[in-house]
Design a protein around this ligand. Sequence first.
Ligand code: T1G
Length: 681
Amino acid sequence: MSETLSETVSLTVENGIAIVAIDNPPVNALGLSVRQGLDAAADRIGSDAGIKAGVITAKGRTFPAGADIAEFDIGMREPWLPGVVDKLEALDKPVVAAIFGTALGGGLEVALGCHYRVAAASAKLGLPEVKLGLLPGAGGTQRLPRVVGAEAALQMMVTGKPVKAALAEKMGLVDKVVADDALLAEAVALARAAAAEGGPLPRASQKSDMTAKDKADADLFDRFKAEHGRLFRGVIAPDEILDCVKAAVNLPFAEGMAVESANFNKLFVSDQSKALRHVFFAMRETAKVPDIARDTPLIDVKSVGVIGAGTMGGGIAMNFANIGIPVTIVEVKQEALDRGLGVIRKNYEATARKGRLSEEDVETRMGLLTGSLDMEDLADVDLVIEAVFESMEVKEKVFSRLETICKPGAILASNTSFLDIDHIATFTSRPEMVLGLHFFSPANVMPLLEVVRGEKSSDSVIATGMKLAGKIGKTPVLARVCDGFIANRLMFPYIVASQEMLLGGTSMKAVDATMNQYGFAMGPISMIDLVGLDIIKLPSRNIMAELVAKDRLGQKKNGGFYDYDEKRRGTPSPVAQDIITDIARERGIEQRELSPEEIIAGLLYPVVNEGAKILEEGIALRAGDIDVAAILGYNWPAYQGGPMCWADIHGLPKIVAGLKAMGLKPAALLEKLAAEGKSFT
Ligand code: T1G
């Protein structure tokens, strides 16, 4: 008979074995009622003479996937998870964790507090707290090193990557791996056998063989940090984790727990963790469109047509071939088609060489791609995506023809990065079937997909676009029509401000080094050189136009702002410097090298301002969507939260004042929120 221990935890005693089942969908997060239930279960198992052993399991899709992240910012209450885990471990009756799905974070920590761990073959186990700017705060930093050794523990906690059940068994993290459907029975059998055997129970906190070895390995920690240096760059959590594992190796358990608790609390209140927790939810929020009902009928996309086999068209086609959807790629010339298909094959073969695809995968995917020189071949596809030249008259020609060729109900999408989708829709008699699907280059790699909703796009078409994004492994961000939609429009002021900064006497190196320090993989000047100076059009006479006039297009041709050696290492180009000096002199701009703080303000405040306009104009649904677009589209460092979250943390009043000092007019929404002490996110 099942007893209710809390809203989300039940206990059933079967022949002396207490089966503790957690039922807290969607991922059995260890929220308050789960902690209360587990606490009560530990008491029950300990005090009931009829109970010989316990099994901790869960309903639904997974063993607990961690603490309830949503609870962090609404204030947590006792019982705290570390205490619950300690209580389970301290029991003098065997407790077995029956692990399946993704046992992550606090979930794995609960399992580490159990005496035995049985895992389903398909289970994954991990401590991904570092991705939230945190560290395992329920004993994980102290128990895991004692179970698997410091090196393996650091690998799991600093990368945040889960391990599969088989590897976990090899590491000694689980005692047994069983068939998925045999998990509970096997866990109960192990519990029963352990109870019958009696004797001392294995407790992770008391293991010392692994840490004794680690203690003798003097340069273990320096070695790990040297090998994984890039994981430590810019972020603070990895060093705190390293500190905890050092404590696990060198200190008694209780003292190590004190170190873990102190370091966890430091991270919990850090800006980086606030930003990363915001990003965690923002990434999942973008797929939700409030005014489109969840049960809106979706259009079944079983075949796709892509017009244009260039860089974008080819990359777009790959996304669908990757998930087994046949694609007809249309070009105007055979050699363009052959070249496009050749590039796709080369991409797949490169992936195969890295072992991420098999040879037959390559052939299967190539087999799904059909080249054609005739748009009539798109008559029966469910979705067409055009990736042709970015001019309205070319789009008009394409959509006018699609209108006569495509079957009713076919979705007609443009990959345009800035042209007006509403205008494009007028080239057809079915505007409700038209939307933008704006991929970012390389389209088969970049995770952002802007789904551009036209005035007349139907709910089904938009809902299908949003769902399709997830199916091809992209994160969708819904945008209304405007010049540049969200990501490109947002970052345009960043580019413009970077140019003004150079003309004002701040060096290219200083601008790029500051933004690299802020967390961008590359600063704006290097980014322009990578994207290509001919791609970005600025009004009036500007440095880029002068460089393009000298056939300096950036990394792809003759260098740009920088000259590049054979290893693509850039040094500031004297040609660029001369142009900067000429234009600055001609415009009589006073020269002053800005400080790093001024560089960050000068570049990011205008971005925040643009984000506020994007929000107040209804181009983006949420501030979090704008952050996701910046992170996934422009590699904005996630631990800075994206422009809107960063602005909230930085302080909106400070940004309003800074914009005014720069002679820029703050957006109405930004002024309003700042004045009311409110925030974007
Ligand atoms: N807390 C709250 N909600 C969560 C959650 C969590 N830990 N994990 C997932 N969700 C929600 C998510 O917001 C979404 O909600 C739904 O579940 C499905 O998620 C003390 C302090 C488990 C691999 O970091 O990695 O433990 O949008 O869309 O792609 O040391 O979710 O449906 O309303 O991602 O199948 C550590 C985070 C926490 C794991 C499933 N744990 N989650 O992926 O579905 S900190 C994590 C994930 C901690 C302790 C510390 C993934 C997943 P909605 P989803 P999925």
